[in-house]
Design a protein around this ligand. Structure first.
Ligand SMILES: Nc1ncnc2c1ncn2[C@@H]1O[C@H](COP(=O)(O)OP(=O)(O)OP(=O)(O)O)[C@@H](O)[C@H]1O
Length: 329
């Protein structure tokens, strides 16, 4: 039987590029004989609701048109619905976002025609999904994520970037601008990170908890992450001077962050993070809540379409073990 897709379009993604480009995207979907129904999101979190409804109507193939935030909401919808196991649903992405960091992991093309060809080819890859429990306005919440989460400075940068995006600004420079502004104000915090029986209690600048390798519009804070190994890669940047941060920004982009003496790399499946005072959290680039946090991982729990040429970028074990301590749990 011919596959029928449900397409969730976030008209605000990429600073409004999505709505401008939708006629072009829909023409290409038709050109490749992709049978679909679409809906535009009308408000934040609407993609969660649209996804739940689509699955209850029988759709098992969903395309997210937008950025990392839209994909995140579709994933959360897939985990909220109770009709089928989440891995039975195939997710394609047509990237129109500003950061599109999840995309970078899978060599997915940035032009619409090639993204749609990839969807037509239907090469499915099962990747891990993170689950984080956090507080927002004093209430405990849960959120699933597929790319990376950030705590402390990382989340502060996301918060500032998102405020600029809400004002209609776009482009990768937003992240750099927000990073510099956040740096001027940010203070390190005493944070307690618990992985299995291991505790790290220290003054911490920033923590990234990654499934995929990229965040912050192309930064590589978890450069060795494997998206299907059932483990988070965790990069902890301990207290560091602002000058030292500026002198090492290039390390965030070239994948050498773990070589810095104030940086700790860990790998594990269950993580708890507490802090005094509470610090912010971002998941897949969305600013959501604050500490205390509890992370767990669901191995290969979701089916995503990747490019035909994608191979999981393996790193020699001796290189990984030089920079990352794997915690058995
Ligand atoms: N109709 C809407 N009105 C306002 N906000 C919306 C609407 N639909 C979705 N959103 C919100 O838009 C935000 C941004 O979406 P998304 O992340 O997909 O785009 P982006 O920020 O341009 O991309 P990226 O995160 O890759 O940089 C999300 O927080 C989502 O909840």
């Amino acid at each position: 039987m011919e596959t029928s897709w449900f397409v969730v379009v976030n008209p605000r993604a990429g600073g409004g590029k999505s709505i401008v480009d939708w006629p072009k995207i829909s023409r290409i979907l038709n050109k490749y004989d992709i049978r679909y129904t679409h809906a535009f999101t009308e408000f934040k979190y609407h993609a969660v609701e649209l996804t739940v409804n689509a699955v209850s109507k029988g759709y098992r193939n969903i395309i997210a048109v937008g950025g990392d935030g839209t994909l995140n909401e579709v994933i959360n919808g897939i985990f909220i619905q109770k009709e089928v196991s989440p891995s039975e649903i195939t997710i394609g992405v047509i990237g129109v976002g500003t950061g599109n960091d999840w995309f970078r992991m899978y060599d997915l093309p940035h032009n619409y025609e090639d993204s749609i060809k990839a969807i037509k080819n239907n090469r499915v890859f099962k990747q891990d999904v993170g689950l984080v429990e956090f507080y927002e306005s004093g209430v405990r919440h849960k959120r699933y994520f597929v790319n990376a989460a950030g705590v402390g400075f990382d989340a502060e940068v996301a918060l500032r970037t998102n405020r600029l995006k809400d004002l209609g600004k776009r482009g990768a420079l937003l992240y750099i601008l927000s990073l510099i502004k956040a740096l001027i104000r940010y203070r390190t915090t005493r944070i307690n990170v618990k992985l299995g029986r291991n505790h790290i209690q220290d003054k911490v600048f920033s923590i990234t908890i990654g499934i995929c390798r990229y965040n912050g519009a192309g930064m590589m804070q978890v450069p060795f992450a494997l998206s299907d190994d059932g483990l988070f890669d965790v990069t902890i940047i301990k207290r560091i001077s602002k000058l030292n941060v500026l002198a090492n920004i290039h390390r965030l982009y070239n994948g050498t962050i773990l070589k810095h003496s104030r940086v700790v790399g860990l790998r594990g499946s269950d993580i708890e993070i507490m802090s005094v005072p509470n610090v912010n959290l971002e998941v897949d680039g969305e600013s959501v809540g604050e500490t205390p946090l509890k992370f767990s991982i669901l191995r290969q729990a979701i089916s995503v379409i990747v490019s035909d040429s994608f191979v999981q970028p393996e790193v020699p074990q001796e290189k990984v073990s030089k920079h990352i301590t794997t915690i058995e749990q």
